[in-house]
Design a protein. Structure first.
Length: 321
């Protein structure tokens, strides 16, 4: 099965079931449409002569060694619905592909066992109104041995799909609270859902190790921009000081390269992981990452990029904002 076939098969399998609704977006679904359309605004500068047929996609990020800059975005809910043992299939598939797992809400109660598969593992915590419960969750995931701790700063008003509010029990975090969270998190701390210069500056101020530039895959607010529309101001503010990751609509190796060209180190995939799992289990998840990485390598060579850690903006021809 090639990548398009896998996406098609996995998506259709999910849409036939009640959990298919999780693939939809908030309110008008503008964010979903924009997340895809944005990539078509850019073309590549080909430098075919002296191309390197075997460019390097390996990298070390915050203590984790990866074979690819393509990782999983935070998710839990639909994975266990798709298949029993879904989380383990995802963990093993990602490990085989040299990638990284990231769990979302609810926090799996078997994080320790997931970590024992050998996959690099991060776990997210929502800004629960019950702050004691949130602090307890932060303690639990660290005890389970995760590599990184993620905090969803963008879930302050909960999540919403189409017209239905899905998560209610959240409240926006303050800078002071994030500073307190920093004190109890010994692992690298990543703030997810940064979309402006102002929030990026606050992430730096509270001592986060990284940020995920993300519109939450269209599950929080309508009319949020795509990361490519805000990365310039964010990189200007915090680039080189903390690790910048991004997700939202990335589906092919070409999309990933466009993100990297904007100064991003790691790109997350949400729905593609679900499609791989729904289409072909553990192998499907592995093949999604391997296919995208293969597409990247093929393109990198012909653009004159030898190393994934050194992708520069001049590979893009097209809109610059
Ligand atoms: C079904 C589903 C569940 C998700 N659950 C969470 C979650 O629990 N926590 C979180 O931070 N993000 C969650 N997300 C958002 C993803 O982490 C990610 O930001 C988004 O899906 C990326 O866009 P993509 O699906 O177009 O790749 C979820 C996304 C989907 C599609």
């Amino acid at each position: 099965m090639n990548l398009s076939e896998m996406y098609e098969k996995g998506k259709n399998a999910m849409l036939e079931k009640d959990y298919g609704v999780f693939l939809k977006g908030v309110e008008t679904e503008f964010v979903l449409r924009n997340n895809r359309q944005i990539f078509d605004r850019y073309t590549f500068r080909q430098r075919a002569i002296d191309a390197d047929p075997e460019p390097d996609t390996t990298l070390d990020v915050l203590g984790v060694t990866l074979g690819t800059p393509v990782i999983m975005s935070a998710m839990t809910t639909p994975i266990t619905a798709i298949t029993e043992e879904g989380l383990f299939k995802v963990a093993r598939g990602l490990k085989e592909a040299g990638s990284m797992m990231w769990t979302g809400s609810p926090i799996p109660n078997n994080l320790k066992a997931l970590k024992e598969t050998g996959v690099p593992l991060a776990a997210n915590v929502k800004p629960l109104k019950d702050r004691e419960k949130m602090l307890e969750a932060l303690r639990e995931i660290q005890e389970a041995g995760v590599d990184w701790v993620g905090v969803e700063v963008d879930s302050g008003m909960g999540t919403k799909i189409l017209d239905k509010q899905m998560v209610f029990n959240c409240a926006p975090l303050t800078t002071a609270e994030l500073k307190e969270i920093r004190k109890v998190v010994q692992k690298p701390l990543i703030l997810k859902g940064i979309l402006s210069r102002e929030d990026a500056a606050k992430a730096l101020e509270v001592g986060a190790d990284g940020i995920i530039v993300s519109n939450h895959g269209a599950h929080t607010l309508d009319y949020l921009p795509h990361p490519l529309q805000v990365l310039d101001e964010i990189v200007e503010e915090v680039g080189g000081k903390i690790v910048i990751m991004a997700d939202g609509g990335f589906r092919r190796g070409s999309d990933v390269l466009k993100g990297l060209a904007y100064g991003v180190t790691l790109i997350g995939l949400g729905r593609p992981i679900l499609y791989g799992l729904a289409a072909n289990g553990q192998e499907g998840v592995r093949d999604v990452i391997l296919s995208i990485t293969g597409e990247m390598k093929r393109t990198m060579g012909m653009l004159g990029i030898r190393d994934v850690r050194n992708v520069t903006r001049d590979i893009l021809i097209g809109e610059t904002k």
